[in-house]
Design a protein around this ligand. Structure first.
Ligand SMILES: [Zn+2]
Ligand SMILES: [Zn+2]
Length: 88
């Protein structure tokens, strides 16, 4: 039998009352957090809240976005150069 099973993952001296739905760790009453009606351990709740803070719309710039921006700038500059050479 695995040592610690039936005991809180964070408090080995306490009896586990529930299981975190995310990390499947046994957690005691004190570690159990109810959020959105789902049992989570404190660590997973913190992670869940962190993901909720960012709406997801304002994502950090990825390499792909940066490349697209540079390409877009290149197209604009090429157009300007064509206009300039066409005028002279
Ligand atoms: Zn968890
Ligand atoms: Zn605990």
């Amino acid at each position: 039998m695995i040592q610690g099973s039936g005991r809180c993952h964070y408090h080995p001296e306490r009896a586990g009352l529930g299981v975190c739905v995310e990390c499947r760790r046994v957690i005691c009453r004190e570690c159990t957090t109810q959020f959105e009606g789902i049992n989570r351990c404190a660590a997973c709740l913190a992670g869940r809240l962190k993901t909720l803070e960012g709406p997801g719309e304002r994502k950090e710039w990825t390499v792909g976005n940066a490349v697209l921006a540079v390409l877009g700038m290149g197209v604009v500059w090429a157009g300007l150069l064509l206009l300039a050479t066409g005028m002279s």
